[in-house]
Each structure stands twice: as C-alpha cells, then as structure tokens.
Design a protein around this ligand. Structure first.
Ligand code: 5GP
Length: 191
C-alpha cells in the first residue's frame, strides 16, 4: 500500500486511467438493470460497505426503478498474507434487523475477499432470507478467501486504484474515473 506522502496533491498523480467515467456509468446502469430483473416483485435491502462504496451505491440506486431500502456497515480488516488471522472489526454496524430480508451487499472492490467473507457470513447468521454481492471492482489475482460475487462491474489488475469512491489516504474518492496511482505516490518525497 502506498504511503500518505502525496495525499493532498491535486490533480492526483495518476499512472493510467483504468476506467473512464463513461465506462463506469454504462456498466453501473447495466448492473442496475440486472438487479431490477432479478429482484422484480421484491424489495431488496442494499447494504453498502463504508466508505468506498458510497459513490457506486448512489449511482446504482438512481437507476433502480423499484422499491429498495438502504443500510450501511463500516468494517476494518486486519490480517494479510503474512499475518492471516483474517480478523474483521465492525466500526459501524447495521441499523436494521435483516432477518427475512433479501440483502444485496454493495462493495467497491474485492481484494483478498476477507472483508466480504466475514460480512456475508454475518448477514446469513443474522437470518437474511438471501445474501447476494454486487461489487464494482474485482481483483481476482489477490484473492485469499473464496467469495461468490453475484454482480461484478469490472475486473482490475493487481495494482492500487483510486477514484469513484476509492481513496488513497482519505483522498481522491471524488474522482469520476478509476485510476492506477503513479509510482511517485508511493515513493518518499524529495526534500
Ligand atoms: P479485502 O478484505 O477484500 O482484502 O479488502 C477490501 C477492501 O480493501 C476494499 O473495500 C477497499 O477498502 C480496500 N482495497 C483493496 N484494494 C484496494 C485498491 O486498489 N484501492 C483502494 N483504494 N482500496 C482498496
């Protein structure tokens, strides 16, 4: 992961744009159409994972011409390939009783899969009628824990991406595109 050295620079030090705003918007409307078909006659509860998925969620729901409810969770994942306890901490819990509800988890990006695996298991444990996952981005090359993704926007390569909700040290969530950060973002700054 990059360090926070360039976290306040603008425009962001982008190496390449992976997904343009137009590509994202087109795909988001396709995902919404799929959801609308699959959940016809039902009222799914969309559970967005803070904070990265808020931009995706807000675009997605405006394409949904059907009843939906929203809720939010915020999770922190500790544990990586070298220290794989896979510990996930709940920073903000749901405000809804999800028992009997058709839940769709809305996630920005699936990397190791640890966060999502924990969340899906927890939602099932709480008695959701069904749990499906809608992820904007998938980094399959990084997967450590198997997770089923029911709706995926795009696959991305193993690089650190920012924009469209995804941050670098808290910045760049407001970019309308998804980009790979330039290596200068990772390097220590010259005096
Ligand atoms: P996982 O539990 O799948 O390893 O972690 C998923 C979370 O890691 C995402 O929700 C996101 O917050 C963060 N993450 C993983 N890859 C990236 C990336 O390329 N860019 C950014 N900004 N966050 C990432």
């Amino acid at each position: 992961m990059p360090g926070p050295d360039v976290a306040n620079s603008w425009p962001p030090p982008v190496k390449r744009i992976l997904l343009t705003a137009d590509q994202i918007q087109e795909r988001v409307s396709q995902l919404a159409a799929q959801l609308q078909r699959d959940y016809a006659g039902r009222r799914p509860l969309l559970v967005a994972v803070l904070r990265g998925s808020v931009v995706f969620l807000s675009d997605l729901i405006r394409h949904l011409n059907m009843p939906v409810c929203l809720d939010f969770v915020q999770l922190a994942s500790y544990g990586d390939s070298t220290c794989s306890s896979g510990q996930v901490e709940v920073l903000k819990d749901l405000g809804t009783d999800i028992a009997g509800q058709d839940v769709v988890v809305v996630e920005d990006i699936v990397d190791t899969g640890r966060t999502l695996a924990y969340l899906v298991e927890e939602l099932e444990r709480r008695g959701a009628a069904s749990v499906k996952v809608c992820a904007l981005l998938d980094k399959p090359s990084r997967r450590e824990v198997p997770v089923r993704l029911d709706y995926v926007g795009f696959e991305v390569p193993d690089c650190f991406v920012v924009g469209y909700g995804l941050d670098f040290a808290g910045q760049y969530r407001n970019l309308p595109y998804v980009a790979e950060l330039s290596p200068q973002a990772y390097a220590p700054q010259e005096e």
